[in-house]
Design a protein. Structure first.
Length: 414
């Protein structure tokens, strides 16, 4: 058969394990971590022990679980269903690891990816791209790397870094020459407690509050030659470079979409169950068309977003270029659906949906960020429109397009 929507036995086992973890370890403490806005270290350690964190998707040769992208999608969706903020904390290292895998030397991969995969110790990563004056315009970097004897001096500020300031390993994208544009973008890996690197302001957020978000400030932060990703000790390039790596990170887009689908599904299921128990005018409110049709729309949109997400992951896993912006379509649709569904879930619960006794208000707050981070909804539409109108070719098929079009990596890098 040409199509098969069923899970493999391994994927079903991953789904079941993640579901049980979400029910038993995440949901009971989700409201508490959201209220206190604390990093859920205890839950993160348990996830690491069970192989449910980002290390599950790293290659086996570095100690990772080696599960494929489709399986990671299932895992991410289920953890977000448990709680989006805790789920982000569990999986945030994946973006840092993906950058190292995409552009690092073999020595760098062996050194850093194996640390993330150490079964005896939890180590987390962060990635710094966004800056105070550089969001969607992600190539307008002001953080600099100045060449000095034996290495580089980093100066500048990274904004909105997940795990920023608490990560064991951070990948930062900076410019080696402000006048050279995208060609001067470089990636560096910086280890915790490196002199000159410190945490700035820790952000107090609307949603995903169990995930740590902070500035990372570099002040004459010295990093050795071998800290530059994709270059050997002699300074020779060995990988695709920073821009090539950012383009490769397009493969992570379906994972972001999966998180949004998980939130939407959690909100829909809670609203559905509530509407079957809540009575008005002599029958459950679910039996009134005003609510029943709303639930029907929610279920339909969630399935549509999930199918787009599965397609994008399948394409990425099989090396098929996103010729029509399929990765951006999935992320765009899933983020918008998560927002609509969570707002509707609050409406179904009425006044109870607006108070913290019930989780749907938290689901709504968590959903909003999925229209913003890793490429805003507006940037996704821009990328899709340029592809379907023939203004540029698929990113995965032509990475050097960045030299002609700075927006080529916006959907990936924003």
């Amino acid at each position: 058969m040409g199509f098969d929507f069923s899970f493999t036995q391994e994927q079903e086992e991953i789904r079941k394990l993640a579901y049980e973890f979400a029910v038993n370890e995440m949901r009971p403490v989700a409201a508490e971590y959201d209220e206190k806005e604390e990093t859920p270290w205890a839950v993160m350690h348990k996830a690491h022990d069970l192989g449910l964190d980002a290390a599950s998707g790293f290659p086996e040769q570095y100690g990772g679980g080696g599960i494929d992208l489709m399986s990671s999608l299932i895992l991410t969706e289920q953890l977000a269903w448990g709680d989006a903020g805790i789920g982000v904390s569990i999986n945030a290292t994946g973006l840092c690891g993906a950058a190292i895998l995409a552009m690092g030397t073999e020595e760098q991969k062996q050194k850093y990816i194996s640390q993330f995969c150490d079964p005896k110790e939890l180590r987390i990563g962060a990635m710094g791209l966004t800056e105070p004056n550089s969001g969607s315009d992600s190539m307008a970097l002001e953080t600099t790397a100045t060449k000095v004897d034996g290495g580089f001096l980093l100066n500048g500020t990274k904004q909105f870094c997940t795990n920023g300031g608490i990560a064991d390993i951070m990948v930062a994208f900076v410019t080696t020459d402000k006048s050279a544009g995208a060609a001067a973008i470089a990636g560096f890996v910086i280890e915790k407690d490196t002199p000159g690197m410190r945490q700035g302001r820790k952000e107090s957020k609307l949603g995903v509050r169990a995930s740590h978000t902070a500035q990372v400030i570099f002040e004459d932060c010295f990093v050795p030659e071998e800290a530059r990703l994709g270059f050997d000790k002699e300074g020779n390039a060995t990988g695709p470079g920073a821009i090539g790596a950012l383009l490769m990170l397009e493969a992570t887009r379906p994972l972001v979409a999966a998180g949004a689908v998980g939130i939407a599904r959690a909100a829909y299921e809670f609203a559905r169950d509530y509407s079957l128990e809540r009575h008005a005018f002599g029958k459950p409110i679910a039996r009134h068309e005003a609510i029943a049709f709303k639930l029907a729309d929610m279920a339909t949109e969630i399935d549509a977003a999930w199918l787009l997400t599965l397609r994008a992951a399948w394409m990425a896993q099989n090396g098929i270029p996103f010729a029509r912006g399929e990765g951006s379509m999935a992320k765009l649709m899933a983020g918008d659906v998560a927002m609509r569904v969570t707002v509707d879930a609050v409406q179904v619960l009425g006044g109870y949906g607006y108070v913290k006794e019930y989780p749907v208000e938290r689901f709504m707050r968590d959903a909003k960020i999925y229209q913003i981070w890793e490429g805003t909804a507006e940037i996704q539409r821009l990328v899709i429109s340029r592809l379907i109108l023939g203004e540029r070719k698929a990113l995965a098929a032509r990475p050097r397009v960045i030299k002609e079009d700075p927006l080529a990596v916006e959907a990936v890098a924003s």
